[in-house]
Design a protein around this ligand. Sequence first.
Ligand code: MG
Ligand code: MG
Length: 249
Amino acid sequence: MFTRVKTEAELERMRTSGRMLATVHQAIRKFAVPGVTEIDVAQLAAKELKALGGTPTFLGYYGFPDVICISVNDAVVHGIPKNRELKDGDLASFDFGVTYEGMVTDSAFSMVIGKGSTDVQQLISVTEQSMLAGIAVLKDGVMTGDIGAAVEAVLNLHKYGIVRDLVGHGVGHSLHEEPDIANYGVAGTGKQLSAGMTIAIEPMANMGTERIIMEDDGWTVRTADGKPSAHFEHTVLITESGAEILTTL
Ligand code: MG
Ligand code: MG
């Protein structure tokens, strides 16, 4: 289903959902220190979201076994939380989805656990900048290729590997709606989007090769060369002249 123009009532529910998601992300940022396990983080996310009144969208989605995806170092996305301690210098990505009164938001961020190398810090910072560059071109009538071109331009400056097989998407009534929003592309091409539509922009950038492999668990996506990967994602509302980030405080 192509993502629909949302009603004001639907948008209010998405704003509430997005605030819940951002609140949980903020709690994770403080909690994720060396020695904490991935399962500890997942339990925190579940507990915080329950207290806020939201439902974790990922749990059971195509059979996903947890409330959150935690992807560390060479894991790109879709990592299943394990009984494994986060270590000083790890690059950890947290991808979370919240359903509130039938409306969904989706957001991810990467951070260093403890103190990371300059290279890893830069990968994280540039990946976030590339997401913001994609958001900056949004307005009524924007093409998916405009978004991809803006994201790609930032990542290409640093010669990072841009993951091609996984993409952004429409979101709202369900977690993944059409169209696909690639993190590369040619301005002026692709599908046209309108004010009132809600989309998830989510660049995944690798320190090395863009190639990825699937782990035996059937979920965890890793870089083919074992180098680290970062991931940022916001759910945003396209407006007449710009955008409103829904998954923020
Ligand atoms: Mg996500
Ligand atoms: Mg997404």
